[in-house]
Design a protein around this ligand. Structure first.
Ligand SMILES: CC(C)(COP(=O)(O)OP(=O)(O)OC[C@H]1O[C@@H](n2cnc3c(N)ncnc32)[C@H](O)[C@@H]1OP(=O)(O)O)[C@@H](O)C(=O)NCCC(=O)NCCS
Length: 186
């Protein structure tokens, strides 16, 4: 069913444009405190729909973005994996960021890494990007592990306080990981 809209394919995932039918599983995922542990708070249904709208719109406009991730075997919506362009200013911006968020039912099966590896191939290959970064709050070890498995490197000198969070917020301190073209791990 997803084949005609597949943008990037992996053995287990289809990364594609967003559909209306993604809204409901996306709401469930964004309301889950486990999924949102390292964000200020879970999202309401309206906030989740608004995010889906913004992500889907940016993907259409740019031609790349945070793709909806569909499980190839079941056709289920599992979350998003893809590229984004942060709108805040920091010492490493402007930049292209790789990011991911999956429903907890799909965690720890290597799916984020599998999808992200294909996205890196697309970014460095098809889109000819020179560098792709990723960042997260320092305590988000799951996400940091994905970055490490992808071969991204962390220099503590790049750490930064996320300007979108209030001063002194427990999630404020962020780590930055970088990967340059030609250094992708397969
Ligand atoms: C981050 C996320 C996308 C990872 O998805 P995933 O498909 O489970 O990732 P993978 O299975 O490819 O890899 C997860 C790794 O984290 C490790 N891990 C899991 N829980 C961990 C923990 N509490 N501490 C340290 N590492 C942990 C796993 O063992 C695995 O590493 P391994 O392959 O070396 O064993 C998923 O946890 C998620 O959606 N989290 C909530 C949203 C989020 O935080 N997004 C990132 C914001 S920057």
């Amino acid at each position: 069913m997803g084949a005609q809209t597949e943008i990037i394919g992996t053995p287990r995932l289809i990364l594609r444009a967003w559909r209306e039918s993604d809204r409901e599983p996306f709401r469930r995922m964004n309301a889950d405190p486990r999924v949102m542990e390292f964000f200020p708070k879970p999202l309401s249904a309206a906030e989740s729909d608004d995010l889906a709208e913004r992500i889907g719109g940016a993907l259409k406009r740019r031609g790349f973005g945070l793709f909806a991730a569909e499980v190839r075997e079941s056709g289920a919506f599992a979350g998003f994996i893809g590229l984004s362009v942060p709108s805040f200013q920091a010492h490493f911006t402007p930049c292209v960021e790789i990011g991911w968020r999956l429903d907890s039912a799909y965690w720890n099966q290597g799916l984020a890494t599998e999808g992200a590896r294909a996205v890196l191939g697309y970014g460095f290959g098809t889109l000819a990007m020179e560098e792709i970064v990723s960042f997260t709050t320092a305590a988000n070890l799951r996400s940091r592990r994905v970055m490490e498995k992808l071969g991204m490197t962390h220099d503590p000198a790049d750490d930064f306080d996320h300007p979108g969070l209030p001063k002194g917020h427990p999630l404020e301190r962020h780590v930055l990981y970088r990967l340059r073209r030609g250094l992708t791990v397969h």
